[in-house]
Write a protein that binds this ligand. Sequence first.
Ligand SMILES: Cc1cc2nc3c(=O)[nH]c(=O)nc-3n(C[C@H](O)[C@H](O)[C@H](O)COP(=O)(O)O)c2cc1C
Length: 185
Amino acid sequence: MKGDINALFQPMKIGTMEVKNRIAMAPMGLHSKNPDGSFNQDAIDLYVARAKGGVGLIVTTGIACQNKLDSMRATLATAGDSYIESNKKLTDEVHKNGAKIVLQIANGAGRNRKDGFFLDNDPISSSENPNVWHPEVMHRALTTEEVQFLIQSYADGAFVAKQAGFDGVEVHALHEGYLMDQFSM
Ligand SMILES: Cc1cc2nc3c(=O)[nH]c(=O)nc-3n(C[C@H](O)[C@H](O)[C@H](O)COP(=O)(O)O)c2cc1C
């Protein structure tokens, strides 16, 4: 059976979101952010250029939902009006150019934490597990209340993303020992 190249250019639906074709930009770590975690002009230019080039769906780099566990600097829990306004510039421009854009949401590095990063933090995991890069460092098990807190933080983060005009969110998940990865093992 031969594949049909034209399928690449057919619209598709993901839930209620209609994407104009099957071409998607995968999430890639991007440091072009303002201190509040919103995308700066460099990032806007990068994503909008992809939309102009015909990509149907852009998945952004990740942002943490909360900073109480496995803390990150900028998070959706601390994002205010400036975060929403800055990211609205991005989502509006991408939409004007015919693409959809979803925000990748995360919840910390988990067992993937590296030097200097995990050392000053409380290393956590789904259960007691060693660090991926430094097996001598053990990560403690999350409590059930903490897991509930993380679940709620995804929902709250998704709500902020919606206010900023994103078409959806992608939950950063299963690779290299990031926090969600441990729940799949
Ligand atoms: C520099 C770089 C940064 C990446 N950052 C992320 C990221 O922030 N979130 C994520 O889920 N995947 C990230 N990835 C993984 C990519 O999204 C993609 O899944 C991976 O490169 C495999 O796709 P490919 O076979 O088309 O390269 C990154 C990959 C690269 C090369």
